[in-house]
Design a binder for this molecule. Structure first.
Ligand SMILES: [Zn+2]
Ligand SMILES: [Zn+2]
Length: 548
């Protein structure tokens, strides 16, 4: 068999790809339903979440903390090379990749439309942008599915080709109605196509024409909203679906499904307390007495029922004369006391599980469980920084890049600032360090420039041609500073030496200048003489200060 000799060239190689793994949860191409194997549909989950005190508290506190400081626009880069498009995060005078000096700053004009759009209401329901974000955050914490819908205005040419678009409104899509339109691999935009002018038309092939207008340019459907028996089709770039806890190729998994037992038990406990205080459907107990006259017993019981309607806490007592004082008397209890049921500790445990999932910790103010246990009102909820950080990452990495891209913004990023404000002192200290570093770099012979934001940029000066000046050569010689690049100022060296001499001995653990990180890693000097285990060795030396 003669093998065909092929000359190696990228053009005559066969191209094959690895098979894409099919998704077991994707049943048939088209509208994908959410997994309902737990028999819990979206409306039920929302209902339970809104009914549960602890879920609602956690979700609300989390939301308030995440968006506490609003959103900000930040420069995506400091300088961008016009020749090779390299984006520089630090100030520079020439491109580090190609050496070009054609550098440009972020274009402020890009922000014009987005800024004026987000300043006012972003939709006809008079919601602010932050309101829509808050709604979506709730959806994530309840359903683990969020849908951001951008209502666009398209500018079409005669062939229905999109020439440009403009975002007119922003809405939250309801996770109950919104569905992903995908094929068996979970890939969107391959199964259904619609006409931009007639969105109610759907075709299963892109090579078809709209029966209403005859347009042959059909657009792939990525999402569908099924509400009131109708279907609304959405194209790519109009809807963003995102999940927080369990991102997958299709939908997320609602935390409420996992927390179901804890949450519904808590609701039942509250209902139990409620009904035992308001209705008291059952007497708390009764006194049973042996009797020979059952008829009088019946009429007695009827009287008890009437009394119960007026006073739920009424305890029926009945006395019957018996011959010779025989017969026993018994207390039969119907309802266990709250204490006996471990009501408080069970409730605490369930609440801890729910709040633990959301990264929220609760602190009881004036907790006094021993005296009945129902008086720990004023529960204070603390949202952990980690939970806020995790949630903000979703917004900063998934949602905002989509929004800025659709607004056509490339030079700026939309961001949620950390909820903890930066310490002013820490900020100044950082600035002090920056200045120190700049001074050191200047000592190494670089030239330093500062831009309008206070950032330093460094450049190497052109080597000066050897001066042929007559005389004075010796004095013009650059004085080499052996301490260049260190934090020791040569002019104070004498003084330092003198101090050292006066002390007579070398100072143990010498003081370093304020901001120089001390890198010694020996045992902590404060605990010398004590056994090593007695001292807290977990000390960050950089934050340590010498006193006295
Ligand atoms: Zn460049
Ligand atoms: Zn049409």
């Amino acid at each position: 068999m003669v093998e065909e000799k092929r000359r190696f060239s990228i053009a005559n190689l066969f191209r094959r790809t690895t098979p894409r793994p099919a998704d077991r949860k994707v049943f048939n191409p088209g509208i994908q339903e959410k997994d309902n194997s737990y028999m819990l549909t979206a409306p039920i989950i929302y209902h339970i979440a809104n009914q549960s005190i602890i879920v609602r508290t956690c979700v609300t506190q989390l939301k308030n903390e995440i968006f506490r400081r609003g959103y900000i626009w930040e420069e995506k880069f400091v300088a961008k090379c016009d020749d090779c498009c390299k984006e520089h995060k630090t100030p520079t005078l020439e491109c580090v990749d190609c050496g070009s000096t054609n550098l440009s700053k972020p274009n402020r004009d890009q922000l014009k439309y987005a800024l004026s759009f987000m300043e006012g209401y972003v939709n006809k329901s008079e919601q602010l942008f932050i309101d829509v974000l808050k709604e979506l955050e709730d959806d994530l914490n309840i359903m683990d599915d969020g849908y951001l819908v951008l209502v666009k205005e398209y500018f079409l040419d005669n062939d229905s080709e999109i020439m440009m678009h403009r975002i007119k409104e922003i809405y939250r899509g309801d996770p109950v109605g919104m569905h992903i339109y995908a094929d068996e691999l979970g890939e969107r935009g391959t199964e259904g196509f619609t006409c931009l002018r007639h969105r109610d038309f759907i075709s299963d092939t892109p090579v078809a024409s709209c029966p209403n207008c005859g347009a042959t340019e059909l657009y792939p459907i990525h999402y569908v909203n099924r509400v009131n028996g109708e279907e609304q089709y959405f194209l790519e770039g109009e809807v963003l679906h995102f999940s927080k806890y369990t991102p997958s190729r299709l939908y997320g998994l609602s935390p409420l499904i996992t927390l179901w037992n804890s949450v519904t038990t808590l609701i039942a406990m509250d209902n139990y307390i409620n009904s035992s205080y308001t209705k008291a459907r059952m007497p708390r107990g009764l006194l049973a007495v042996q009797t020979r006259n059952i008829e009088s017993m019946k009429s007695f019981w009827k009287g008890v029922k009437e009394k119960m309607e007026q006073d739920p806490h009424f305890i029926p007592v009945m006395g019957i004369e018996s011959e010779g004082g025989k017969g026993s008397i018994e207390w039969i209890k119907f309802m266990d006391s709250l204490k006996e049921m471990d009501y408080v500790s069970v409730k605490d445990d369930l609440r801890d599980r729910v709040s633990g999932f959301y990264g929220v910790s609760k602190i009881f103010m004036a907790d006094n469980s021993s005296s009945g246990g129902l008086n720990n009102e004023g529960m204070q909820i603390l949202v952990t920084n980690r939970a806020v950080e995790m949630a903000q990452t979703i917004w900063n990495n998934y949602v905002f890049p989509f929004v800025t891209k659709e607004f056509g913004i490339t030079d700026w990023v939309l961001k949620l600032p950390p909820s903890e404000e930066e310490d002013e002192v820490a900020k100044l200290r950082k600035r002090e360090l920056e200045v120190n570093i700049a001074a050191s770099i200047k000592n190494l012979g670089f030239e330093i420039d500062m831009d309008d934001e206070g950032r330093f940029s460094y450049s190497k000066p052109e080597p000066k041609p050897e001066q042929e000046s007559a005389g004075g050569n010796q004095e013009e010689k650059v004085e080499l500073d052996p301490y260049a690049g260190t934090n020791i100022d040569a002019s104070q060296l004498g003084q330092m030496q003198e101090e050292m001499m006066n002390q007579g001995k070398k100072q143990e653990n010498p003081a370093t200048t304020r901001n120089k990180p001390s890198m010694d890693s020996g045992p902590d000097k404060r605990f010398s003489g004590l056994p090593e285990a007695a001292g807290n060795q977990n000390v960050d030396k950089r934050t340590e200060r010498r006193v006295g």
